[in-house]
Each structure stands twice: as C-alpha cells, then as structure tokens.
Design a protein around this ligand. Sequence first.
Ligand code: ADP
Ligand code: MG
Length: 625
Amino acid sequence: MGRGEYYKNKYGRGGRGGRGGQRANSSNSQPNFRGEDQDWTDSSYQNKRVIKASTREQLRNMLLDMDRKPYNFYKELYGYEFDFERLFTLKFDHVQGDPYASPSRLCVTLPLNNSRYPESAWTNKSRTVALADYICRSTVAVISELKADHKARGAWHEGKGGELRIEHPSQNIILRTSVEVQNGAILLRFCVGLPAKGRSICGHWAAEICATTVYQIVIRACCGEPTDKNKVESWVKCYEDQENLREQLDRAQLVAFVPDGAVLPRAAGHIDTPLGGKSVVPFKSPPSLKTTLQCPNKGSITGMGIRPGVTLIAGGGFHGKTTLLSALKLGVYSKIPGDGREYLVTTPSATKIRAEDGRQITGVDISNFINNLPQNKDTTKFYSCDASGSTSQAAAIMEYLELGGKCLMIDEDTAATNFMIRDDKIQMLLSADKEPIKPYLYRARELYDRLGVSSILVVGGAGDYLDIADTVLLLDNYIVVDVTDRAKEIASSRPAHLPSLPPMVSPKARTPDLGSLSPFREKTKVPDKTSVSYTMRGEENFSVLDLSALEQLVEIGQTRFINEVLQKLSSQKGGQTLKELMEALSGEIDRHGLGCIKDNSNWLCRPRIQEIAAAINRYRHLALR
Ligand code: ADP
Ligand code: MG
C-alpha cells in the first residue's frame, strides 16, 4: 500500500479531513467484552471522529500563540489531528489539567510504508507484536540519545514540564499499548509534560517539544535508511520461533524446554539482564533428557526437555536451583534476542506459587490439603483475611486448578515447610488427626496421575519427594545432571511413609459478585508492578491490593491492565464463573488487543489470565455469588 492509498483509506475518497473513511472490516459485530457492539478491527484512531485536520506548522503556531496564556488553553489541542509532512499524524489523547497533574498523552500514527521497517517484519500478527516491541526499544534509545526527556536530563528551564517518555519495556516481548502495529500503521504513544511557568503556558518550549523533538524522535526511531534491517528481521523471527516452540510443547509431550547454551543467571537479584563475565556456566542438557525441536526460522534447536509429571530440581545450596526455576517460570514469555533465555519456553499456563501469609482468601475449597482447623472452620469454603503460610499455598493451588492450569512450580525457598512435608518425628509428636495439613508431598503424585497437573519443584532438604518424582535433576556447580535412577534406588531402599488419603476433590468453580470489585474504589493508583492502591469511598486510608506474590508479573503495565480489568468487570452483569470470565477476556484481547479494556492508553501491557485471576482472588473486598 502506497502513501496515497493509506490516506485514501483513512480519510475516504473525498480528500483528507473528510469523514468518508472506510471501516477496515465491519463483519465482526459480536458483542465484545465491554458488552457493546463495536467494530474493534478498526483502530481507535479511525473510530474516533477526527474533527479538525491540521498541520505541523499550525501546531507550532497554536502553541506559540498560547504562550503565557493560562494553562487550560492547552485543552484547545483536543480534537486536532496534525499532519507532519504527510509522513505521520499526531494527536492528543489526553491533555493534562495543570502542570502538576499526570502528563498529557500524545499519539503518533505512522503508516508502515513510511517507515524504514521491512514488510517481512509485519507479515503476520505474531510478528507485529515483536516489531512493536522493537520500535518501542528503539524509541526509548532515541529519547535517551537526544536527551529529549527533560526530567531525565535535569533543569532546562525554570518551568515545570518537559517530560517526554515512552514506557520502558522489560526483557520480555509482550503486547503493549505504548507502541502498537495495526491496520498498516505504527502507533507510538508518548507521555509529555506540557510545560508551564507558574500556571502560564510556555508556548515556545511546548512547540519545541511537540513540533520538533517528537518529529526528530519518530524520524530517527522509525524512518531513514534501513541500516538495522537484519536486526529487525532477526528480532521478529526470534519471537516467532519462541511462540512456535511454546505451542509445540504439548505435542512434544513436554512442559518446558531449556536450550543448550542458554544463560540463566541474572546480573543481580533486582536486575533482569543476563549475568556477564567468565563465571557464567551456560546451560547444557544432560544426555538422557536431550530433545531436539524444530522452529520455523532457526531450524532445529537442542536442549533439555522437561516431561509432564513430577520433576525435582535438587542440589546443594547456591548451586543454581532457584536460577533454573526462575528461568522456567518466566519461560511463559518470549525474550528479546541477547537475553540469554531466548528459546527457553514453558507451557503457557505454568505458574509458580508461593507461601503468602496475610493474604485474602475468598471461599476456596482447600480441603484437599487442609482439614480440622481450630473451631471447626469450614475448609470446603475457606475464608480468611489473614491466611497462614500453608493455607495461602493451598488456596493458591486450588485457585490455579480452578482456572484449568497444567503445571505448578514451587521453590522450597518460598514455600511453607509444613505445607511441603511432615517428617517422622513430628508425626510421632502430633498424631495425624491433630495436624490439619496434608502436605503437598501426599498430593503431588495424584495431582498428575488423576488431574494431569505437573509439578516442577525445587527441593534441597525434603528427601521424601524422591519417592514420588518422575524425574530428578541435580544441580552440581550450575550443571544439570539427571539422577533419576539413583534417586529411585534411594527411595526404594528407604521408602517414605505416604498415607493413603481420600481422593482429591476437583476445584469448585466460583462465581464472583462483580459488583464487589470496584464501585466504591476511588483514587486508584498503580505505584509499581506489585501493587494497586485505592481508597474506598468515604474512607481516608489507602488500601493496597498486594500482588508481590505474583512472580510472573514482569511489567507495571500488566498491573495497570489488571487494575483496569477490575474497574471494567465491576460494571458488567456477571453470573459467569471466574474461569469463564478469564477465558472471555483472553479471547477478547486476542481478537481486539488491549483496547478492549481501555482505549488510547499509553501504558498497558498484556498480563496472563493467571495473574488477572490471582489479583481478583487477592482483592480484599471480593464477594461471591
Ligand atoms: P540455589 O537456589 O541452588 O541455592 P541460586 O539459583 O540462588 O542457588 O544461585 C546461586 C548463585 O549462583 C546466584 O547468585 C546465581 O546468579 C548464580 N548462578 C546460578 N546459575 C549460574 C550459572 N549457570 N552460572 C553462573 N552463576 C550462576
Ligand atoms: Mg534457592
């Protein structure tokens, strides 16, 4: 599609600025997640009535004219679409009310044909996700090179404002709203602090940012000579291969795959980039678990396949057990090239759970693991606003099963000991009828044999797990050794006492009362990726929805998205189970992108349904039907 044709589609045949634009595809008129009939195959910029077509020069003049006027004159920017030399358009999605409010948002729409990106980078939907990710990173880099973010470079004027930012992505390639590729165009969404001195507009400064700096950034990040053509192509292919590998796992009868040569350790506990230097021991599969998979671009790839069942990661302290499990838990996301964990993939529903005392539990049947609590507390519909380590872990597992997940991960380091094992001496001291907990040790085998749910467990001290394991991996100086046979010998020479228990009951489907999710929430904020804070109407104090136990949340944008989902769900009719709600939401995002929850946002990122449901489950005001 040439440039002229793009504009013709966009504005219709009556020339630019008209309203005759064709809708790209109006056949899809199913009611969507918002309960409205709307054609989401159109991008939001086409849906929104563009009222006034204008030019870059006019934008500059408008801003210069606003100089020294009261701050709210900036609102005049609404409703315009500024054409930048027929290369791209710019419009304001949000104009802040005062210099101290959260920054304004502007959206640039650049037809792909005007960009330097090769057509091969957007031939399918999967590739557009990776291309958008690539562009997002290029844009972040250009902003930093140009020192365009006033906040980042220190005082420029005495005034307030001048921030110019785009969301910083993590090591993962995920669908985000900061940059999207759709309908033949790239959408870049910037945060901009519209500048002021006191409460008067700094028009010259604003004109420099919006008409000049943004232009330079877009040109550098997206246009010009395609010097990075190979890099872009390998970026999208690498992503496509990883998505493909993850899809293959089921067919290959695997729950995870770790490629030979992968670099698993990270630079530091709080930094997700790879550890560098000579001390790194690259991953190498033990011969017995060597598996070769084929991916569409890279061809064959060899590494360790983890089969369904109960897998133990054993070994001495500091030998790399947690590092391996952490890489596996994040294998649900595809990585950027150079991360070290590219092509390490885990079955999409795999979830790491952990002990989380103090959390909320709402009506979960934890009786498979816990019974006979003091004061006859009902464990088939267990409620607590202050769970213990063991009840929190039991609830997390049952909530996970309720969604239909197939692979649980637990690390001894972050588990409640009494939930994992009961040794002989403690059994002598405390008869079984006095101890309410049936540890995971008694259930892990059955979880797989009857319910098909695999476990990958880090075990350093609980040897009884050898009795129930299908595969035992030993980490020795960061090298994985398959010690399954030896483990079986040990287990049969000294068998563990595993009592026979009544069979597990299947998880009950709970139906949330959606009205409980939001109507009294005000002033919601997402200060970081692990929490949502809000006040309840009429209350002074902030409440916090604590998501720090959700170790597979990797970007703050995911947490923001979760917050938006809570708001959105609360206005729906309800009556669906939590699982049905999550599946509907997931389908909606697949079809229509993140805009199905909120339009024109510049900072959302796609979470998995496991994390969304986990957040709902932790919400302190959740009620069930
Ligand atoms: P464990 O859980 O067995 O006690 P960890 O996984 O926490 O051990 O790893 C201990 C340390 O070893 C960490 O600092 C980690 O970065 C480092 N490490 C892990 N795997 C490797 C490796 N393959 N090469 C180099 N260092 C590693
Ligand atoms: Mg550890």
